[in-house]
Design a protein around this ligand. Structure first.
Ligand SMILES: [Zn+2]
Ligand SMILES: [Zn+2]
Length: 582
């Protein structure tokens, strides 16, 4: 059917009366977005009106569809876009994508311009594979509208209700530190904290966990959890999860419990089940979350989660060069109390059998070396397909979270990951091709060759790649860097007359400049200050605010100029630097 011809629209965009000019309405929001983008395509003055009996694009909520679901149908010369509160918005953007629009990044949209705009008959209903879809890439965190366009609904962007809202946690992760403040109890009740290396972890700078078999802790956690839930009545998940360190309690009672359960997570589940049971009458719609992370990653053999306790299984100590179910590296498998060790995929399979509401915390970057090329491109799709197969309900893809983004094709990563979180079976190669050809223009073929060379290497050499490794990877040898540089020269030449795309290629090239400078200059003890200066000037010109997870670029710069590896002591556990929030 024809939607517009020679700047004349076929009809109006029609909304129910209660949504018209209602700035709290998701229907009003997407109706005005349709008006804006349809006008950009056709220059036709589409109007938004209250429902009438003329042909038009009818947009409304549909209570029979779940929050994120939508339907688009054509019938008798009209179009009907309906859905849940987020779904109706997703449906509107889906409709625009079917007309040829692409929303690649917050500032890079491909919008066709047409004299005649047509669309085939449509009758589709869509729902997401995962109920919770999250990532903390910069553009998702900073731009709510873009997050909604990408159908991200997680906790890293407080998406306004008008844009569909998001699923937020009352406490996010590593929440022991909030629920039982170390400062408050370490002097009076050292027995609340983990027994490790022959003593309770009660000294100021200790990295601590809780002694979960101490019955007095239940009341403290219940009281603090209650307070937080009352203060945040719109948040329906509260995490009761370990701090970010491996020093779990080794007291006699805890070790006995861990052994009986087959995993320290059983001790944690017993504790959180009790808290969840006490708070359930008061907060019947709240779920209590635990992290299955490092020592709590393997599933319990005995105690299982209550119906109001959910699990976020973290893909820690996992290779990202190969899909979860294809990697043969057992060298960093997670040890259990009985001495056996399990891979992430084995833990995932175990959890899928015992947990009703299983989320996964996945990783997509090297965290101590943010700019380093991270050739995980070919595992993104199979890993999300594996999660779907094992009944995972939600996924957080942790990323380079630098405020203004990173350099290792972060824009492409955000786009592809968003598509896969909605549908892990989507045609990811087609999405990647469209993105590359528009975002990088004539440089796309050389950059594609570069990305494929990286992935070919790790596949062919069976190179295993972890998210905390700082040793120089084999795929970044001087010989290979020279080849990548040749490709970047060609890419830059190809877009020499296109300033915007040239800037994007130069930004991507910072990855291999980083590899050269970090391993050949900074760590060699014999560096060229001018080369490092130029690198930092260019990083700042591209708005890069940090190149590792823990310190800002100012500190990294000073450290490098002083001949040090990084701007903050790199330890386990990670200590964040409060001043470097950017
Ligand atoms: Zn203990
Ligand atoms: Zn591997």
């Amino acid at each position: 059917m024809v939607l517009a011809e020679n700047r004349v629209p076929f009809g109006a965009i029609c909304v129910p009366e209660e949504d018209f000019e209602n700035n709290k309405s998701q229907v009003w929001f997407i109706a005005t977005q349709l008006r804006y983008y349809l006008a950009r395509i056709t220059i036709a003055p589409f109007e938004v009106k209250i429902n009438d009996d003329q042909n038009g694009i009818y947009v409304k909520l549909d209570a029979s569809l779940k929050t994120d679901e939508f339907s688009i149908k054509t019938k008798d010369g009209s179009i009907y876009i309906t859905g849940g509160k987020r779904g109706v918005i997703y449906g509107g953007y889906e409709f625009l994508e079917r007309l040829g629009c692409r929303f690649f990044t917050p500032d890079c949209e491909k919008i066709p311009t047409l004299t005649t705009l047509k669309i085939d008959e449509l009758d589709i209903v869509e729902k997401p594979t995962f109920e919770f879809r999250d990532t903390d890439y910069s553009s998702i965190k900073r731009f709510s509208k873009f997050a909604t366009m990408c159908r991200i609904n997680g906790r890293w962007n407080d998406i306004p209700e008008m844009l569909g809202g998001s699923i937020r946690y009352a406490l996010g992760a590593h929440s022991f530190a909030v629920l039982v403040p170390h400062k408050e109890y370490r002097d009076t009740h050292p027995e609340y904290f983990s027994f490790y290396n022959g003593r309770r972890q009660s000294v100021e700078n200790d990295h601590w966990q809780l002694c979960l078999t101490n019955p007095e802790l239940i009341d403290i956690v219940v009281e603090n959890a209650r307070k937080i839930l009352k203060e945040n009545p719109d948040r329906k998940i509260l995490s009761i999860s370990q701090n970010d360190n491996p020093y779990s309690c080794q007291c006699e009672n805890c070790l006995k419990s861990d052994a009986e359960e087959g995993s320290p997570v059983g001790t944690l589940i017993k504790f959180v089940n009790r808290v969840a049971e006490i708070l359930e009458p008061e907060f019947p719609d709240v779920t209590f979350d635990i992290l299955a992370y490092h020592y709590t990653r393997p599933a319990s053999k005995k105690t299982q989660t209550r119906h109001n306790v959910c699990v976020r299984l973290c893909a820690s100590c996992t290779c990202f060069a190969h899909p979860f179910d294809k990697c043969d590296d057992r060298s960093r498998a997670q040890k259990r109390p009985d001495g056996k060790a399990t891979l992430f995929i084995e833990d995932l399979m175990d959890w899928s059998r015992v947990c009703e509401r299983l989320y996964v915390w996945d990783y997509t970057s090297n965290f101590p070396l943010y700019p380093m090329p991270f050739p995980n491109w070919r595992v993104l799709k199979p890993n999300l397909q594996t999660m779907a197969k094992y009944n995972v309900k939600g996924v957080f893809e942790e990323a380079n979270c630098a405020y203004y983004g990173g350099v290792d094709f972060n824009e492409l990563r955000t786009y592809l990951i968003s598509k896969l979180l909605w549908n892990p079976d989507c045609d990811i190669d087609a999405h990647r091709k469209e993105f590359m050809e528009y975002f990088y223009g004539a440089a796309a073929e050389y950059l594609d060759e570069y990305l494929n060379m990286l992935c070919d290497f790790v596949e062919k050499e069976n190179y295993h790649m972890y998210i905390q490794d700082t040793k120089r990877p084999d795929y970044l040898s001087d010989e290979l860097l020279a080849k990548y540089n040749e490709l970047f020269d060609k890419a830059q030449n190809a877009v020499a007359g296109d300033g915007v795309r040239l800037m994007r290629v130069e930004r991507a090239r910072l990855s291999i400049r980083f590899a050269d400078i970090f391993w050949n200059e900074v760590l060699s003890g014999n560096y060229d200050a001018q080369k490092i200066n130029q690198f930092f000037t260019d990083l700042r010109a591209h708005n890069i605010s940090r190149i590792d997870e823990w310190s800002n670029i100012e500190r990294t710069y000073r450290a490098w100029m002083d001949g040090k590896e990084r701007g903050i002591v790199y330890t386990i556990p990670w200590r964040y630097d409060a001043e470097s929030i950017l």
